[in-house]
Write a protein that binds this ligand. Sequence first.
Ligand code: XIL
Length: 372
Amino acid sequence: MRMRSVRPALKTALLLAPLTLGVAGAGGSTTPPAAPTPPVRPASAVQPARPAGSAVSLRALADARGLLFGAAVNHTLFDPNEPDYARTLNRHFNAVVAENAMKWAGLHNNREAFAFGFADAIVDTAIKNGQTVRGHTLVWHDSLPPWVYTIQTREELLRAMQDHVTGVVTHFRGRVRMWDVVNEAVSDAPGHPLRSSPFLNLIGPDFIDEAFRAAHAADPDAKLYYNDYNTDGLNGKSDAVYELVRGMLARGVPIHGVGFQAHLNTDFDVRGAQVQANLQRFRDLGLDVQMTEVDVQLRPGRPEAGELARQAAVYRDLLRACLSVKCAGFVTWGVTDFNSWRAGGRPLIFDDVYDPKPAFAALAQELAPPGR
Ligand code: XIL
């Protein structure tokens, strides 16, 4: 792990006391599948001493604004050796999304039976802690079990997809309030056609409409999202997503929102990319918008302090754009750098030992009530 020598400077900059103890820890002791195994850390890093009390709770600030402020969670939630994980999650986030546990391969690896145990544990813990759950994700070209690839006909795959969506959404009805129904269906190829996948290739482009219809039938109260990456600013890919969802609305397909993943790095220029204008055009269609998987990787080989300041500025500008269009949510893709799927880029707002980074302070400032 990194040495702690860089951290006093951060703390001075933040003027923040370390996180408080207090909110109930995670329940259960099971380990969800498909989560990356964290590297072993020295025992001293696992449970750093923490004085009680914290000047700022992002959760409280987000609550006051009616904003969902979430984090993707994984098995470390249930690790009794890592109590800071649940503490940090519960103190600073009012929403959670399962990083992997609700993906098709996580819930439905065996065609004959769903396996809801790990996802249920995440949902039950979140509800116990008063957090809203985003469901992620029902239909995606990735994380599919082998049996899906054995299907040969449109009819069979359409039925299998509908059964999957119906089974999952029905199971979580009333507990999971919103779903990423279709994830990453638009490709990065020139012109941004729909991405090759079993669903597109066998069912055809209407797999998207059918997935949303099945989800809506299973839980008419759930907010249904299309979710994608590299669509945060005005660009060819976000144009393609815009046309996709506009068409869905015109066909009467039950879609309520668009998720913008925002997997970024410190070179990303939120204003230059016109994120606000992009989000606004989706709002103008009558859709909700959320930043759904935010992380901002540091670029290697640059001075640390400058990179952390740039990272904070990207987080701040992104949240500002989001709030300016009355976005429904802002979700970071993990809790700490240590838990991140892109740990090498240290892309999150808490460092390896759960201390807030400059990006935390930037978000706190942005979330603070006007005039403060
Ligand atoms: C990632 C997880 O973070 C990893 O742990 C996993 O190995 C692969 O998936 N877009 C998405 C997320 O919609 O589901 C992905 O999550 C990151 C990219």
